[in-house]
Design a protein around this ligand. Sequence first.
Ligand code: FAD
Ligand code: FES
Length: 256
Amino acid sequence: MSYRENALIIKTSCLAEGIYEMWLKTDKMAGEAVPGQFISVYSNDGSRLLPRPISLCEIDRENGRLRIVYRVTGEATGTEEFSHYQAGDAIELLGPLGNGFPLERAKGKRVFLIGGGIGIPPMVQLAKELDDKAVAIMGYRNADTFLDRELSEHATLYVATEDGSLGTKGNVIDCIRENDLKADVLFACGPTPMLRALKAYAKEAGIECWISMEERMACGIGACLACVCKSTEVDEHSQVKNKRVCKEGPVFLADD
Ligand code: FAD
Ligand code: FES
């Protein structure tokens, strides 16, 4: 079930260059959300009609709070507008949306949580719910990292940076190889080239691979087909080999 709610912004801050967080007080959403789901965030500027999809970074069900972490994509964009919001402001949300990660696939297994860039935020709630059992491998551009403190509190954390200023120099797969890490199942979110490379790596290593996809979205609720991607199976809704990332996803088994 998803809701359209007016949420109250409780806290905002800048976590790294161009990366911001927002804690939101909601009525119903936080109580029902699961890791890997996202919310659609509406702009207060009437010229921006479409909401912006942002993953849930943390879910505080007890206190009805959600945390989102986002990158400002440029000047005069929706995310730039959000970065000026302050505690006490109201914001309109739709959510929770999408399917979330299949936590049951991790039971009794060795788990990798893999995040790249702005794909890192959903890994925080996942790490919390897996309760110290996962190995988290996070890829950043450089040592200006974010969410590494939270991840290291709830998982065993390894870091890769493109410029080698922290952890392994290179990407998340270089980091796995350098540290000789092993897993049975992996959950990943990040840029498409990283997800493609992880799919190939997981196949070779015999690891079950779940990826969270990012597609441009409009309605966010499965009605407009703006977000379809090709799949191996016929989709129940459209009867073709397509899946709606906002509805059937954003998390898919990589082989699908
Ligand atoms: P503009 O370029 O001005 O946006 C123009 C339009 O294109 C808007 O409707 C916008 O929503 C859409 N759009 C642009 N880029 C994207 C994109 N990459 N994905 C989807 N729609 C896009 N970003 C984060 O920083 N943190 C997150 O946790 C996060 N989670 C996401 C989860 C999902 C399921 C998806 C699909 C995207 C996620 N994104 C996340 C990307 C985020 O939605 C875009 O960066 C944001 O919509 C850009 O909006 P803008 O107004 O700043 O940019
Ligand atoms: Fe409209 Fe997915 S964004 S169907």
